[in-house]
Ligand binder design. Structure first.
Ligand code: UTP
Ligand code: MN
Length: 598
């Protein structure tokens, strides 16, 4: 059972594994858009109806209805239990899964993590309130306004302001009953001063909360309002915050990334805000750190391509190429957006506006092109330097997952250097070919679970229920409404109803709830249903929301009537046997009435 392996372990493993790699090691997959497809390994077919969706990290076969996440795939493919599948993947990505029972120490650690989460949440709320309408937040409001941001952005990103006092947060948290030591030792939001007196880490700074993927505040970045140094300080690393694993704005950017299939990576908090304000909601910022492999894996779940947009100076270019190496290793395509020298996205957008920026966006160049140009350019025709540059470039070409692209790049390199393409090609023996099987030493995989029955054709209201589930996953307002109306008045089919209830129980972000649910806790039918829904990336039209609700309610009412009428027929028969004439007439009347309405 999943509860025996710590959730954060499962999450960590799920985040590090790429389902496309795993599935691709069992069967050939072809890429088409955001999806990869192939012949379903779980039933016999001649045309591919088996799909793998990288952004959502799920698979689904439209032929036989099997679906789920990477763990479900492995369970079915190798006949493993859930913990075994998690363990297997853990080994692959170097995450150790401890014993299955939760020790009291582990229990305590988990409780502490939750407490830390609550503290960060309370702190964020406090700072946010100060910024929005406290007299102490006036300076912060003015600063934000001067940089052109309104309350809407402040609310969207839960921006805050730390009052210019030594102990504003310390006091607030103490009043709320939180132990100052915990905040000090684990989160670093409070620091130890002289004579045992504590003081706040953030004072007189505009604060940017960094949310994790559950929307919880993991850390803060804080900017001074003037030219004082350091310009930014950030929460220290903590049990909740590893800067190499979170990106500022990712929580808010996920939908836009999925929608556009690409993400924009910038360096600064304000660069990110500037892009969002200009309509580029798919932007995220690294928080004062280089892009890491963990970042790349995280981003891969939401989009298939990245646009790198670092500061337009030599440091920015260096960071770009460092990111390129990380992304090449992770198989994530990336292009570079070029702005005028010396600008950052924030200053560029302010001076030139969104339209000019959009143009730059369309002119983004594959990062490898830029690398080739820069590296060869720097060699300035010097023979030894050019030879070194070519080696550098070949080392990157080796990492390209597509042999077609590799061959194209090789040709380009040949043209640029005047070297023989065949010679260059012969220097690429280590090229990464199609992924080797994950378990080459293991016996050939055989499906051990019985294939599920094909899903039955949609009955009354099935479509509406499917849509409502989809809305439920995407829209917090819908979640609230369904919770208020009670899912049982909207879903008739047992599996749909169960899914809706589980999604509501999980609370928080609906899509993440879905991802968690796919870990083992659903029946096979429900897993298939959910992966099918997640796979069909149809546009959600908000206008149809109301009619979806109406459709569901109608279906429920119809079903209730059908059942009642069946029951009535039985009751009539019984009443007749007993000779209870009056009863019989009453039932008959009700039945007639129902049938008339139906
Ligand atoms: P920049 O110095 O480019 O700042 O640092 P910026 O984002 O353009 O900020 P504004 O526009 O002057 O307000 C880029 C990023 O590097 C990190 C921050 O994450 C910042 O957004 N940084 C910078 C720090 O962590 N500490 C610093 O002292 C400076
Ligand atoms: Mn800036």
């Amino acid at each position: 059972m999943s509860s025996r392996i710590a959730d954060d372990k499962i999450n960590e493993i799920r985040e590090r594994v790429d389902i496309v790699d795993i599935v691709g090691s069992y069967l050939p997959l072809k890429r088409s858009g955001a999806n990869h497809s192939g012949l379903c390994p779980f039933h016999a077919e001649k045309t591919p109806s088996f799909n793998v969706n990288a952004p959502r990290q799920i698979f689904h076969c439209f032929g036989c209805g099997v679906g789920g996440n990477v763990f479900s795939f492995l369970m079915r493919m190798e006949g493993l239990s859930f913990p075994e599948a998690v363990r297997r993947m853990g080994e692959r990505v170097g995450v150790e899964v401890e014993e299955e029972t939760i020790s009291p120490a582990e229990e305590k650690r988990r409780e502490e993590l939750e407490q830390l989460g609550r503290i960060n949440g309370v702190a964020a709320e406090f700072y946010h309130k100060v910024l929005l309408d406290d007299p102490e937040g006036a300076a912060g409001r003015r600063y934000l306004r001067e940089r052109g941001y309104d309350g809407e952005i402040a609310r969207q990103f839960q921006l805050g302001f730390a009052p210019a006092r030594w102990d504003a947060l310390t006091k607030h948290l103490t009043e709320k009953g939180f132990a100052a030591e915990l905040v000090r030792d684990q989160l670093g939001l409070i620091r130890a001063g002289n004579e045992g007196r504590e003081y706040d880490l953030f004072r007189n700074r505009l604060l940017f909360p960094i949310h994790d993927l559950n929307g919880r505040v993991a850390a803060f970045g804080g900017r001074v309002l003037d030219d004082a140094l350091p310009k930014y300080i950030n929460s220290p690393e903590s049990p909740l915050y590893h800067k190499g694993r979170l990106l500022f704005g990712l929580y808010q950017a996920r939908e836009a990334m999925r929608h556009r299939g690409e993400g924009i990576v910038v360096e600064g908090y304000f660069d990110q805000l500037a892009l969002v304000r200009a309509g580029f909601g798919q932007a995220v910022a690294t928080c004062g750190t280089a892009l890491t492999a963990d970042h790349a894996r995280l981003l891969k779940r939401y989009c298939g391509r990245l646009l790198l947009l670092f500061d337009q100076d030599s440091a920015g270019l260096k960071a770009t190429f460092r990111a390129m190496d990380v992304l090449l290793a992770e198989g994530m395509p990336a292009a570079v957006i070029t702005l005028d020298a010396g600008e950052d996205p924030d200053s560029f957008l302010r001076k030139q506006g969104a339209e000019v920026f959009r143009e730059r966006l369309t002119q983004a160049r594959p990062v490898l092109d830029l690398f080739m140009e820069q590296t060869l350019g720097a060699a300035q025709g010097d023979v030894a330097a050019t030879a070194r540059a070519v080696e550098e470039i070949l080392a990157r070409l080796r990492l390209l997952p597509s042999d077609i692209e590799r061959s194209l790049q090789l040709q380009r390199l040949a043209e640029r250097t005047g070297l023989d393409a065949a010679l260059l090609g012969s220097k690429l023996p280590g090229a990464r070919s199609a992924q080797p099987p994950a378990t080459s030493s293991a016996p050939p995989p055989r499906p051990q679970l019985p294939p599920p029955r094909p899903r039955k054709a949609g009955g009354a209201g099935t479509k509406a229920q499917e849509w409502l589930l989809r809305l439920l996953l995407a829209e917090p307002t819908v979640r609230q409404r369904v919770a208020e109306e009670g899912p049982a008045s909207l879903f008739i089919d047992g599996d749909y109803l169960a899914l809706a209830e589980r999604i509501l129980q999980q609370g928080g972000d609906g899509e993440l709830a879905a991802e968690k649910l796919l870990d083992d806790s659903l029946s096979e039918e429900q897993t298939a249903l959910l992966s099918g829904i997640l796979m069909k990336d149809e546009e959600l039209f908000f206008e149809v929301q109301e009619s979806v609700f109406v459709g569901c309610r109608q279906a429920v009412v119809q079903e209730q009537k059908r059942r009642r009428s069946k029951a009535l027929q039985q009751l009539i028969e019984e009443a007749e046997k007993r000779g209870a004439l009056e009863e019989r007439v009453a039932y008959q009347r009700e039945l007639t009435e129902i049938n008339r309405k139906r």
